[in-house]
Structures are given as C-alpha cells and as structure tokens.
Design a protein. Structure first.
Lengths: 504, 176
C-alpha cells in the first residue's frame, strides 16, 4: 500500500517542530473558542484565517484544523460543568453530563467525554485514511455533470434530513446562493445584483457572513436571558482518569455504534449536531435501562460525544476528495484552501500529496494533543467562564470586528458583519438553519459553474445530468432526498385531513 | 445549528408582552420573498435565457430567486393555520428586547466609530462601557481593562502579526 508510505511522509511533515507548536497553539485556541459562547469552530477559524496567509498551506491547515479539534473538545467542558452547550453539537452532552457533575462526578463525566471524543475522531481519521484516496481516485473521472450532481445531492440532503421545516431550510439555502451570486459573474464578467452600489461589486465574503451569523448572533441570543454562568467545580486527577478508563471497555459496542453513526452523518452533510442527537437517541432506545438516561448515566455522555467528534472529523472527507464540505467549519477550511491557492477536489491527492497527507497525519496527532491538553487544563478553561459576561461579550465583539476587517481590509465588511449578526439572530430564533446558507454561499459559484458548463457541453439539454449511471444515480438520490419531506408532509396532511373530517 | 440558544431559554417569560413570533415569521418571509423578487428582476434585466456563451448571467439566479419566493410563501402557510398557544408564542419579550438592545445599540455605535477613531480606541471604549453599564464595575477597574485590551490588540496585530487595522487620530498623534 503506497498510501501507508504517503501517510508516513505526512507524519514527517506534521512532526516538524514548527508544525507541532502550531498544533498545540491550535488546540489550545480551539478549546478556548469552544468554551466561549459566540465563538465556535466555524467562526473561530474564519476569524483566524486571514492571519495564516503568510504561512505555508500545510502549517496553516494544521493549525486551523487543530482549532477545529480543540473546539470539538471544548464544547463538552461547558456542557458538563455549566449546563451551557458551548457548541450546538454538545447540546446532547448536557442531558447526562450536567447531572453527573451535580452528583459530584464531573471528573468522570469529563474524562469519559474527552476519551470518547478521541475515539470517535480516531475511527473517523482511520476511515478517512483508507477511504479518501479511493473516493478521490474515483472522483478524478468526474466531469461537470457529476460535480453538479454531487453538490445537488449534498444540498438535497439538507432538505431531506432537516429536523425543522424543509421550506425554511430551502429558503435559507437559496439566500446563500443569491448572496454568492452578487458581484461579478465569473463566466461573462457582467455585474449581477449590485443594484448600482460599488460596495456590492466585491460580493459577499463568506468569512464575514460566518463571523456575523455565528458570532454576533450568538452574543445577542446569549444576552437574552441575562446570562449568568453558574458552574460545578471540576478537578481531574490521574486517579479519576484511570478509574474512568478502566470502566470504558464495557462500552466498546456503544462507542463503535456511535462512531459509525457519526461517520455516516459527517460524510452526508447532516453534520455533528444531528449525529450527536441521533446517537444519544439510539443509545437510550437500545439500553437495558432507558429511564436512567437524563439522570447522569455515563452512556449518555459517551454516545453523543463519540458521534459528534466522528461526524466533525469525517466532514473533512468530502471536503478533501470532492471539494464539497460536510459542515460549516469544513466549508471555512475549504475557503482557506482556495485562498492559499489550492484547488479543492480530487486533484489535491495527485498534485498536493504533501499537503493532503500532512493534514491527515496532523488529524491523528492533533487529536492526541487535544486529549492531553483538555485532560490537563480543564480547571483553567472552566475558570474562563467565571469572567463576567459583559467583559467576555465586549472582547468577543472586538475579536469579531477585527476578524471581519482583516478578511479583505475593508471597513464596510464590519458593517456587513453586524448586519449578518442581526439576520443570524432573527433566523436562529425563527429556526431557520444557518448551515445551508453558509454552504450555499461557499459553493454557490462552483455549483453554478458546474451547472453552466454541463449545459454548455450538452447545448442546453437538461438530460445531461442523467447521461450516465453515475451522475444519473446521484441525481436520482438527490431528487429522492428533496421529495422526502414532501411525501411525509403529504402523508400527515392526508391523515390529518381524515382525522379532521371525522372530528367534524 | 439553530436550536442551541432557543433550548437554553425555553420559557423565559412566556406570558410577558413582546413581539409575537408570528409577526416576525411574516416579516421574515416577506423580506426573503422580496429579495427573491429583486433577484428575478435583476436576472431578467441581464437575460435569463440561452445566449451565445451558453446560459446567460441571469439564468442561475433567476431560478434561485424563484425557489426563494416559493419557499418563502410556503413558510407563510403553517402560520395561517396556527391557533391558540402557537399563535401567541413570543419572538422576544420586551424585557429580553431591552437586554438585546443594551448590547446591540452600543455595538452599532462601535461599528460606526471604527472608521473615525480607529479600532483600538473604539474597542477600549466598548469594553469600558460594557463593564460599567452592564457589569456594574466602577471606572477604577473598567479603565485599566479597556486600556489593556487596546494595548494587547495593538501589540498582537500591528507589531506581532504585522496586520494593519483601522487607526484614528490618537494613533497618528503617537506616531504610528
């Protein structure tokens, strides 16, 4: 297997002292970002992305992806100690993690959460190591119709697997596509939807949108309940860690199942949040003691954490191999690739071997570093939340403003960030999902390009998307995904209609 | 990613006065529909059909706009059927709105001040204001904290990362 050799070379790259240091900085920053409300994986990376332009791409992506691993770990700390999910994917961890902390078992809960996060990520990285080259090799034969089909499928998945209203998912996605189209049309050079404004010619940078939508809006949402952090104390010493680790082999099957759920949900762009809920739900349903869940059962921590981390990690698989990110954070990393001058997609595996395998090797090392950092430093990270909220809020607003400005040195971008923040606040409160908007904003131009190139080749014949079994199959799957909510809606509407008629 | 904070504050003042959720839903749907309509209008101006170089510039946005208008109106449908408690649900109560405004209004001033006085002084002012107004700190702790914020940010970005951020008259006076 020459992949193993490439992976070893990748370890060579990742183990260089500079890169090891960046890895550590990334993990610490990431945990910090994961702990603070208003800063998440996606917008934390978006804020720091402009600072990496001077670095070599491998070092930059190692640091940024380590921020992501750190954020995945960090979300668990606030969930367990403060009952505040630092990240959406750790909401399910609060169900049993916080009760455990209240019973004085915070150390056990944290150790279990971190360890199962690590296991979930590890399974996903092993999966990426072996599956990614295969998928990339396969995707090398893709033409524009196949690429459009893949993007169509990933957007259709959002609609089909939406937890809330499919119409809201669709509206949010279309808003993203429209924002992406603003500015210069890359094919004809015409200006689109600028409505005579000069500021609009540059178009909307998705980094600015991400910082506003995920950062500013989170501050506005948090302040609503006059946020006061009330937390449980945590102390982790070696004895607690070893005792918890001794218990963990009992849950091997649970962890394996949760990791599988996570990997699957990460590759399809459902993401880490639904994966953690689904894994928690399955664990409770299949447990011998379902009533114990929600009252501080360690299984209720292991299941969502393993799945969330597995999903968060495997979301990078489609990003690397197809150029189609599986989560908002992966989308931001993809934006980074483009800015560093790398073309995301299968050609990366041919032309940028060092980059790809350096990144994959850093996933192994970064997660080990993450596990060690969080186990050692939990009390310090938890102490951050004892800083009064007004100070944290002001600092986060400042960091967001600086991040938005540095994207392209434009003061107008800070105004845009604020507008996106208000839009994000309203959308969040009305249950419009933000992930489809961000993904559409990132992929909009490339989706349109693939669409137009396909039609150009076929002289405007839409059946080009069904010209062979591959793109036809993917398109059919996508259409099925789109129709799924329509079918279930029609069923409930009909049943509801019957019931209504009977009641009348 | 939308549900986090909603679940954090499930029942904060359910009976209190405020902006109704249904009002906001209608407002948002109509705004999105208007954006979609604007996209359709602009696409038709550019040409949304088949040109010499294949699909014209307006082809893709035209359909996107159309789907946006459609899905926005689809979002209005469940509102018409909502009765009772669902129709009375609050988007934000007045006390909550006041808290949000206490953060949002200073932030608007902050963003507006950045081009005039630079980002460092504006950030320091924001930190001091938040600490004294929202955090019940006295100026004794607020002023040093604000100054520290500005200095740390300045050293990090201007000197360490060599990233130039917006500066104002104070930085000019100090010779940067």
């Amino acid at each position: 297997m020459d992949d193993i050799g490439l992976l070893m070379q990748g370890f060579g790259v990742a183990l260089q002292p500079d890169n090891m240091l960046l890895m550590l900085i990334g993990v610490v920053l990431g945990v910090l970002i994961g702990v603070l409300p208003g800063l998440g994986g996606a917008n934390g990376i978006a804020i720091l992305l402009p600072l990496t332009f001077a670095m070599p791409p491998v070092s930059a992506v190692i640091m940024l992806s380590c921020i992501y691993w750190g954020a995945l770990f960090g979300g668990a700390i606030t969930s367990i100690l403060f009952n505040i999910p630092g990240e959406p994917w750790s909401v399910a961890t609060t169900f049993d993690g916080y009760p455990m902390a209240q019973q004085g078992k915070a150390g056990e809960a944290l150790t279990a959460a971190f360890t199962s996060s690590f296991i979930g990520a590890f399974v996903a990285v092993v999966m990426i190591t072996f599956v990614a080259p295969v998928v990339a090799g396969f995707a090398l034969r893709f033409g524009p119709p196949e690429f459009f089909a893949v993007m169509f499928l990933s957007f259709a998945c959002f609609v089909g697997m939406a937890k809330g209203s499919p119409a809201k998912t669709l509206a949010s996605m279309m808003l993203g596509f429209l924002l992406a189209a603003v500015g210069m049309d890359t094919v004809t050079g015409q200006l689109r939807m600028t409505f005579g404004s000069e500021e609009m010619i540059r178009g909307f940078d998705f980094l600015v949108a991400v910082i506003g939508l995920f950062g500013i809006s989170e501050i506005l949402c948090s302040i609503e309940d006059g946020l006061r952090f009330k937390g449980q104390r945590a102390k982790i010493d070696l004895k607690v860690v070893l005792k918890t680790w001794a218990e963990l082999p009992k849950h091997t099957f649970l962890a394996a199942r949760s990791a599988l759920i996570g990997c699957w949900m990460g590759i399809t762009p459902a993401g880490a949040t639904p994966a953690s809920f689904m894994s928690y739900g399955v664990a409770r349903r299949m447990s011998k003691d379902p009533d114990g869940f929600g009252k501080g059962k360690v299984e209720g921590v292991i299941a969502p954490e393993t799945a969330a981390h597995a999903a968060g990690t495997s979301a990078l698989l489609p990003m690397l191999t197809l150029g189609v990110p599986g989560s908002p954070t992966a989308a931001v990393l993809l934006g980074g690739l483009i800015m560093w001058g790398l073309q995301p997609g299968p050609m990366l595996f041919v032309e940028q071997k060092e980059f790809v395998w350096g990144l994959i090797a850093s996933m192994y090392l970064g997660n080990i570093a993450g596990l060690l950092v969080v186990l050692v430093a939990v009390p310090w990270f938890a102490a951050i939340l004892r800083v009064p909220f007004p100070i944290i809020a002001a600092l986060i607003l400042t960091v967001c403003a600086i991040g938005a400005y540095t994207v392209s040195n434009a003061e107008f971008d800070i105004v845009l960030m604020l507008i996106f923040g208000i839009v994000g606040y309203i959308m969040k409160k009305l249950d419009y999902p933000l992930a489809p908007l961000v993904l559409a904003l990132v992929l909009g131009d490339r989706t349109e390009e693939a669409f137009r190139q396909s039609l150009l080749v076929s002289q405007g014949d839409v059946t080009v998307f069904f010209h062979n079994w591959l793109s036809g199959g993917i398109m059919a799957l996508g259409i099925a995904m789109l129709l799924w909510p329509l079918l279930s809606w029609a069923r409930t509407a009909l049943l509801g209609g019957f019931r209504g008629a009977r009641a009348a | 990613m939308s549900s986090t904070t909603l679940e954090m504050a499930p029942a904060a003042g359910r009976s209190a006065q405020g902006v109704k959720r249904s009002t906001m839903e209608v407002f948002t749907s109509l705004t999105l529909a208007a954006l979609g309509a604007a996209a359709i209008w602009d696409s038709l101006r550019l040409g949304a059909g088949w040109g010499a170089e294949g699909p014209q510039s307006g082809y893709f946005p035209f359909w996107i706009g159309l789907i946006l208008v459609g899905s926005s109106f689809a979002n209005l449908l469940p509102l018409m059927r909502a009765r009772g408690a669902a129709a009375e649900e609050m988007f934000v109560t007045w006390p909550q709105a006041r808290l949000v405004m206490s953060v949002l209004v200073p932030t608007v001033f902050y963003v507006a001040a950045i081009p005039v006085i630079g980002i460092y002084i504006a950030s320091a002012a924001l930190v001091a204001y938040f600490m004294m107004r929202l955090g019940e700190f006295t100026w004794r702790s607020a002023v040093p904290a604000a100054a520290a914020t500005a200095v740390v940010a300045f050293v990090t970005f201007e000197i360490w990362f060599l990233v130039g951020l917006p500066k104002g008259p104070v930085e000019d006076m100090l010779g940067f």
